[in-house]
Design a protein around this ligand. Structure first.
Ligand SMILES: Nc1ncnc2c1ncn2[C@@H]1O[C@H](COP(=O)(O)OP(=O)(O)O)[C@@H](O)[C@H]1O
Ligand SMILES: O=C(O)C1=C[C@@H](OP(=O)(O)O)[C@@H](O)[C@H](O)C1
Ligand SMILES: [Mg+2]
Length: 172
């Protein structure tokens, strides 16, 4: 992806299983712009999976890598999906405040079905439902504060959610 003066068309935030990665790709395709997922950037640059980074270096190190990756992504054109915990880092929240952000909302019921709570998401490896619910409660005020728009994804296919994000971005 090439740096551009305009910055991201839209950034997607929300908890694991809200569909940031999936919907982000669909939105980018529809708008014919590049897509970047900061977790994928981190994995490619590190040559390791997110779960390995957590185990080998700990969550604080992952959060540093994540803050750097998000900061770079905010200078690029296109659609950006970040990890569920990214907005909880202060420097990241400060950057997102002035950018077009969609909070993809979801309940534990749908998130559990979508994510299946595999070990790919290390924070959810133990007591996944209780942990997801606690994290969402901690994070919701930040997601809502940073959201330019909130899109409810409950019971909706990703294509439908993506169409609403595109409409919001296009101010339809
Ligand atoms: N609206 C949706 N309806 C049903 N399944 C979805 C939806 N959005 C995403 N998924 C599925 O849920 C899983 C997690 O989606 P993902 O995009 O990785 O979420 P996130 O990046 O927010 O954690 C994927 O298997 C994806 O195919
Ligand atoms: O909620 C979190 O803290 C995390 C969410 C994950 O991304 P998704 O939200 O895309 O699953 C990934 O960044 C990492 O496992 C930590
Ligand atoms: Mg994701």
């Amino acid at each position: 992806m090439t740096p551009a003066s305009g910055g991201p068309v839209v950034l997607l935030i929300g908890p694991p299983g809200s569909g940031k990665t999936t919907v982000g790709e669909l939105v980018a395709k529809a708008l014919e712009v590049p897509f970047v997922d900061t977790d994928q950037v981190i994995e490619a640059e590190q040559g390791r999976r997110i779960a390995e980074i957590f185990v080998e270096d700990g969550e604080p190190h992952f959060r540093e890598l994540e803050a750097e990756a998000v900061a770079r992504a905010t200078t690029w054109d296109g659609v950006v999906a970040v990890g569920g915990g990214a907005p909880m880092t202060e420097s990241t929240a400060a950057l997102l405040e002035s950018l077009p952000v969609v909070f993809l909302d979801v309940t534990i019921a749908d998130a559990a079905v979508r994510v299946g709570f595999s070990t790919a998401r290390p924070l959810l490896a133990v007591n996944p439902r209780a942990t997801w619910t606690r994290l969402m409660a901690e994070r919701r005020p930040t997601y809502e504060r940073l959201a330019t728009w909130v899109v409810d994804t409950e019971g909706r296919v990703a294509e439908d959610v993506a169409a609403e994000v595109v409409a919001k971005v296009n101010h339809e």
